[in-house]
Design a protein around this ligand. Structure first.
Ligand code: GDP
Ligand code: IMO
Ligand code: MG
Length: 424
């Protein structure tokens, strides 16, 4: 069984959790490689409903092994909270959850800085999830982060926390007028987290490569989406990690030859949370309809998501950046009632038509989206499980997307639950 990556193709919340859960049965290991508890992955089946933030969606399947990779930023408090919540729902979490010793920790000063900067930015804010993600990646790259392994070494942990506080406290107090943190209290909390998590902490890179060498199959679960990638997204309105497929190599220590297939997850329309360019956004009643019909409210923050038409240049860019072999097209049912469905096919930038997303022109507002309007199907596709049973206009919509982005749609999702899916 090949190793497969599941990557968000738009601005996140494409339904990655549902797709990972759906395909999970065929894999032995599910690994996250970037991000933290800014992610919110929903899994629904029968009458069960789970919201995963840090833990791979594979945890819901008994017998699957899950790894939090070195490329992640982990808030131990959020992790322990998530473990407890899942256990309360009957999910078994024992030896099936491993944590890479070189993942970085989120500390309370990261969260405080995230919130303080957003507040100070006013109208220019990014609209982050406020979880401390950006500041945690900053300290990682600044080479004074605290890694998961450090939680197991009292001397190192104390020294690093003291050093970090000597910089973060004046910054918080002087620049942002915020409360400071007592390094001793942080030390006591984090050394305790280390004790509680010790049994799960492992050399994640060696561990996953051993799994691959012993012919176990791995699913790489992406978080966020391609347009939120720190290098390739709509900078600066992005997250702070590499959400594209390349993030797997660095975020797990897995060589590219071990990523055998890439599934891009895409909504049949587009959503975005937070600030930044969204050229196909619908600000009026049509946008409100998509939000209501698609229940477009953040899994993590509950914020209403911005909604708009499908953006093919975004998807083409995503296919290119990730080497997408196949697309899982989600939330087709949300378009059921729309009589005519515009789809953005390209961008006109000063007379030249761009077929991929023209990031610079979009950042400067110097563009005009071009649309093609497709016929709606005006009938319910909710819960449909067979491709043949789809209305012809829905098939035409899917076919149009496939032709335009040059990738096959192999999975069509017609409802939030595992069962509400067409696998072609
Ligand atoms: P993720 O972050 O990519 O895992 O996506 P989220 O879970 O944050 O957001 C996707 C939302 O859409 C969740 O509420 C899902 O339950 C829901 N969902 C997923 N697929 C479908 C679908 O095909 N139809 C409908 N109506 N809802 C879906
Ligand atoms: P999943 O995995 C949608 C967005 C935030 C903000 C920007 C930066 O559920 O698809 P951050 O807290 O990461 O510094 O915020 O990125 N964002 C997401 N949007 N889905 C997500 O995750 C997101 N994670 C972060 O809204 O615009
Ligand atoms: Mg989400």
């Amino acid at each position: 069984m090949p190793n497969v990556a599941v990557i968000g193709s738009q601005w996140g919340d494409e339904g990655k959790g549902k797709i990972v859960d759906l395909l999970c049965e065929r894999f032995d290991v599910v690994a996250r490689f970037q991000g933290g508890h800014n992610a919110g992955h929903t899994v629904k089946f029968a009458d069960q409903h789970f919201a995963l933030r840090l833990i791979p969606s594979g945890i819901l399947h008994p017998g699957k092994l899950c790894l939090l990779g070195n490329g992640m930023v982990i808030d131990p408090e959020a992790l322990l909270d998530e473990i407890e919540k899942l256990r309360a729902l009957g999910v078994s979490i024992d030896g099936n959850l491993k944590i890479s010793d070189s993942a970085h920790c989120i500390l309370p000063y990261h969260k405080a800085l995230d919130l303080a900067r957003e507040a100070a930015a006013g109208g220019g804010k990014i609209g982050t999830t406020g979880r401390g993600i950006g500041p945690a990646y900053e300290t990682k790259v600044g080479r004074f982060g605290i890694r998961v392994a450090d939680l197991l070494d009292p001397d190192v942990l104390r020294t690093r926390i003291e050093f970090a506080c000597s910089e973060k406290n004046p910054l918080l107090q002087t620049v942002y007028g915020c409360e400071t943190f007592d390094p001793e209290k942080l030390y006591e909390a984090y050394i305790r987290y280390g004790e509680v998590l010790a049994d799960r902490i492992t050399n994640g890179t060696l561990w996953i490569n051993e799994q691959i060498r012993s012919r176990k199959s791995v699913m790489f679960e992406g978080a966020q989406g391609t347009m939120l990638d720190i290098d390739h997204g709509t900078y600066p309105f992005v997250t702070s990690s590499n959400t594209v497929v390349g993030g797997i190599c660095t975020g797990l220590g897995v060589a590219p030859k071990h990523i055998n297939r890439v599934i891009g997850v895409a909504k049949a329309y587009t959503t975005r949370v937070g600030s930044g360019a969204f050229p196909t956004e619908l600000l009026g009643e049509e946008g409100e309809h998509l939000r209501r019909r698609g229940n477009e409210f953040g899994t993590v923050t509950g914020r209403p998501r911005r909604t708009g038409w499908l953006d093919l240049p975004v998807l083409r860019t995503s296919v290119m950046l990730n080497g997408i072999d196949e697309i899982a097209l989600t939330k087709l049912d949300v378009l059921d009632e729309i009589a005519e469905i515009p789809v953005c096919t390209g961008y006109n930038v000063r007379g030249k038509v761009w077929k991929t997303f023209p990031s610079f022109a979009v950042a400067h507002g110097d563009y005009k989206p071009e649309y093609r309007t497709l016929k709606g199907w005006a009938q319910s596709t909710e819960g449909t499980t067979s491709y043949d049973a789809l209305p012809q206009a829905a098939k035409d919509y899917i076919r149009f997307v496939e032709d335009e982005i040059e990738a096959k749609v192999t999975i069509v999702s017609t409802g939030p639950r595992r069962e509400e899916t067409i696998v072609r």
